[in-house]
Design a protein around this ligand. Structure first.
Ligand SMILES: [Zn+2]
Length: 169
């Protein structure tokens, strides 16, 4: 009975990516911050799915999409327990657990305007991970501390700049 229930809730995909063991309630944040939500492919999102390991979890299945390295690193920041499975012909061909690094380079923007990472100097942002859960990171240059809600990914900012440029044209 339990097996059947599990099957009904989480449909198998023939090819693509399954992001599993996402902290409950974070699936939508992951989709928007990584830009996965811009994909036109079929996505199945389970929020507050019951889990043996973590009581409840979120799960995302995306057909015909494989994540890039940046997206996987972003997921490690947003949900450090997540696992990422690559699917081909309905089978898992590779399964990885994301890993939150001790120092996060380039991925996150420091929004402090006076921070040296925002000057004209060619300096990449760098954050020290103070706490994993709940996430607390600190800019190594200006020492400003950020929690999960305050994080801005650099890739998102680049995209927004492009959109602004397009509007101005
Ligand atoms: Zn800073």
């Amino acid at each position: 009975m339990e097996m059947l229930e599990e099957k009904l809730k989480i449909d198998k995909i023939s090819k693509g990516t399954v992001i599993d063991h996402i902290d409950a309630g974070y699936a939508l944040t992951i989709l928007s911050l990584t830009g996965i939500d811009e994909s036109k492919n079929l996505m199945t999102i389970g929020v507050n799915v019951s889990s043996k390991k973590y009581q409840t979890k979120d799960i995302i299945k995306i057909e015909n999409v494989f994540l890039n390295e940046t997206q996987m690193q972003q997921i490690s920041i947003l949900s450090p327990n997540a696992t990422i499975s690559l699917i081909e012909n309905y089978k898992v061909i590779e399964k990885k657990k994301v890993e939150l690094p001790k120092i996060i380079k380039k991925l996150i923007l420091c929004v402090n305007e006076t921070c040296i990472s925002n000057s004209n100097e060619p300096i990449d942002t760098e954050f020290l991970v103070l706490d994993e859960k709940p996430l607390k990171i600190q800019c190594v240059y200006c020492e400003r501390i950020y929690n999960l809600e305050a994080i801005v990914f650099t890739s998102k900012e680049k995209k927004e700049k492009k959109i602004i440029q397009r509007i101005q044209l």
